[in-house]
Design a binder for this molecule. Structure first.
Ligand SMILES: [Zn+2]
Length: 304
């Protein structure tokens, strides 16, 4: 049967009720697909930032992922793991959504601000309106309003899309370094220097040899770099994989902070980038901490 979406109130959702009406499976044009228990729906009504859940479900539907099971037990975990996007990032998400609907350059695409605002992780249609207007002001789309919002990606918009990857809102930091030196010195460099500095600034370091994985190491490494906010590359020991990982991150526009122990040779190709040259581990920790604060900023608690 069709009826009001129990999550976002869209008037025309496809609803299938489970046994005794204790759960409902919904297909909604605004907030995607989900299977929610009655308890979960009751809890959702008191949940802050519910629009983020709409956006998340809609994103899954766009990617044709199976509907999400929402229960009273997993609701909080789902909510806690939803990203927070800046206004700029929301504009980029919207531009990506328009791109997805464009089958040839110059095509006019119709967006419905009431139905499609979750595509931009907007709270409501008014925010969606602002975001489309901003894209127009920045020359990334041209816009014509009649019924709905008719938009076309401009040449500048295509250029912008080429240059911008959506950066995940994450506290993960990828550490590229040599781990298997015989003296075990590098382990201390990680534990006493890098790990402490990263933790102190509110981020979580990840290193490849700490991960249990079954995938080929390169595929895992590539996905972990993609999922990281920035990379710390400790080049002492001049390992090729460290340069490869740093280079890959730079190609993705991720900030890379280079460090090296004093008197150790720095590879010719990275000499042009600033390095934290350290002698003592304490010094590495303090200077890395300062650099992270300056270049990236301390990890802020997500605003509610
Ligand atoms: Zn809905």
């Amino acid at each position: 049967m069709n009826g009001k979406c129990p999550l976002c109130d869209w008037p025309d959702a496809e609803l299938t009720y489970g046994e005794f009406g204790r759960s409902v499976m919904a297909k909604c044009l605004r907030c995607g697909q989900f299977n929610a228990t009655e308890d979960a729906l009751h809890k959702i009504k008191q949940t802050k930032d519910i629009h983020k859940l709409w956006a998340h479900l809609r994103e899954r539907a766009e990617r044709r992922e199976p509907e999400l099971e929402i229960t009273a037990t997993n609701l909080q975990t789902i909510m806690d793991n939803l990203p927070s996007y800046s206004t700029n990032e929301k504009q980029l998400l919207l531009l990506r959504a328009i791109e997805k609907r464009t089958s040839y350059p110059g095509e006019e695409v119709t967006m419905d601000s009431e139905k499609d605002f979750p595509l931009a992780w907007a709270k409501k249609s008014a925010e969606f309106g602002f975001l489309t207007e901003s894209l127009k002001d920045r020359g990334l789309i041209s816009r014509l309003d009649a019924y709905g919002v008719h938009v076309t990606i401009t040449a500048n918009g295509w250029d912008y899309l080429d240059k911008h990857e959506i950066q995940p809102d994450t506290d993960q930091v990828f550490v590229a370094m040599w781990f298997s030196d015989e003296t075990g010195e590098m382990k201390n460099v990680y534990e006493e220097g890098i790990k402490k500095a990263v933790n102190e600034t509110g981020y979580k370091p990840i290193r490849m040899d700490e991960l249990l994985h079954v995938e080929p190491i390169n595929a895992k490494m590539i996905s972990e770099i993609k999922n990281s906010k920035f990379v710390v590359a400790e080049v002492t020991g001049e390992r090729q994989n460290v340069y490869f990982e740093a280079g890959y991150a730079m190609a993705l526009n991720k900030p890379v902070i280079f460090c090296a122990k004093k008197h150790k040779k720095i590879h010719f190709d990275t000499q042009m980038f600033p390095h934290i040259i350290w002698e003592e581990l304490e010094e590495l920790k303090d200077r890395l901490c300062d650099t992270i604060c300056a270049v990236i900023g301390k990890k802020q608690k997500t605003k509610v």
